[in-house]
Design a protein around this ligand. Structure first.
Ligand code: SF4
Length: 393
């Protein structure tokens, strides 16, 4: 099959922690958080940085990363020093390519395998290879422990556990047919990542995604098979679970008897004091692609108090809340292109019960670019200067 390649005339310009984006409200820094996994100490460092250097909030992205906005000129150096000391910047040359999504609650509830070691190994492997620094900032790896929550979220390279010791390699969101044992899976994913770069070089250009290359997945498979005798395709292909509109919300029972709380953060804007609160509840949190935060490992006698504190701070535990269905771009005043303060307008519509399209899953945007639009079926609510245009793409 031939995929029409997109012609990219320039390298991608995804922001990083050091290579910031000049927004209307100051510099914007994006900090990669592989697997969305943050220790409490790291979360506190991010909260302090947002307070001291930015606009006192952390933005949660659809890739489980974190953004700081409103940075003054020159704040990148201070931010970089803080992040490096906290282990959030293991390689300055690779900071933008550490885009790794991992199954929510992995190792604690559900799934065939605990893939937290995969996250660490894949991240370390990427950072250790100088060639991987050439990956585009749009590159995405999805590590799915078998529950099917992130495999459909558009990864260039992915691992999908089919059983406790049987893993499928996914390429551009589909089963490649290649299989690995659990212990060998990250090595295969790293090899596929480098094969993407080799194929991109062979085809010329600066493709941002594997799907943009001519027959990208097929050619990556051919390269892997040529390089490794042990790489043999399976007889059939498995369907990759489609992207989920929402993740878990509320209390989840862990296998060890503890409880994890999953709190939705409205519009993904986590205030510094909310981050401090989260950091005080657990030794580690997990950010999800649905702009929620997992607070794991809570003993039974702590669950209610933790939920009340988080709820009072503005986080959401109701799976039916409209906040689980509403997303928005930065809008005014953060983006100079925006025709409206979309976040304020979306919040007012939620509060007033006046969401358009009957409250269906919707993305509010300040212009037609619709930055941050989630995958799947979504109603677009796009500012026009005189109101909003509502419709499905
Ligand atoms: S969708 Fe438009 S207004 Fe919103 S952040 Fe993107 S460019 Fe700015």
């Amino acid at each position: 099959m031939t995929v029409s390649p997109a012609v990219r005339l320039r390298e991608d310009a995804c922001p990083g922690a050091l290579q910031t984006h000049a927004a209307a409200d100051g510099a914007l820094a994006r900090v990669r958080v592989p697997g969305g996994l943050l220790t409490a100490a790291q979360l506190r460092v991010l909260a302090d940085a947002a307070r001291d250097l930015g606009d006192s909030a952390l933005e949660l992205t659809s890739r489980g990363n974190v953004q700081l906005r409103g940075l003054a000129g020159g704040a990148e150096r201070d931010l970089g020093t803080r992040l490096a000391a906290a282990g959030l910047l293991p390689s300055p040359t690779h900071e933008r390519v550490r885009n790794v999504l991992a199954s929510t609650l992995t190792g604690r509830a559900g799934g065939h395998v605990d893939i937290r070691p995969w996250v660490a190994a894949l991240d370390a492997g990427l950072c250790a290879d100088p060639a991987a620094a050439a990956l585009p900032g749009r590159y995405l790896a999805t590590l799915d422990d078998g529950r099917g929550d992130v495999a459909g979220l558009g990864g260039d390279v992915g691992l999908l556990a089919l059983g406790p010791d049987d893993v499928a390699l996914t390429l551009a969101g589909a089963d490649s047919g290649l299989r690995a044992r659990t212990a060998d899976a990250v090595v295969l994913a790293l090899a596929a990542t480098l094969a993407f770069l080799d194929e991109r070089a062979a085809q010329g250009g600066t493709a941002w995604r594997l799907a943009e290359l001519d027959d990208g997945p097929e050619r990556v498979v051919a390269r892997l098979r040529a390089a490794r005798e042990d790489v043999v395709p399976a007889d059939g292909r498995v369907p990759v679970p489609p992207a989920r509109a929402t993740g878990p919300v509320g209390a989840e029972a862990q296998a060890d008897g503890c409880t994890a709380l999953v709190a939705v953060v409205p519009l993904g804007r986590l205030r510094a004091e909310q981050a401090d609160l989260l950091a005080g509840l657990a030794g580690e949190v997990q950010l999800t692609p649905w702009r929620s935060v997992v607070v794991p490992d809570l003993a039974e006698d702590r669950v209610d108090d933790a939920a009340v504190d988080l709820y009072r701070s503005g986080m959401v535990f109701d799976a039916d809340s409209p906040w689980t269905r509403v997303t928005a771009c930065a809008g005014r005043p953060g983006c100079a292109k925006s025709l409206a303060d979309v976040r304020a307008d979306a919040a007012a519509a939620v509060a007033g019960g006046t969401l358009p399209a009957g409250g269906e899953r919707q993305h509010w945007a300040g212009c037609a670019r619709r930055c941050g639009r989630p995958r799947g079926e979504v109603v677009d609510v796009v500012a026009t200067g005189t109101g909003y245009r509502i419709g499905k793409a």
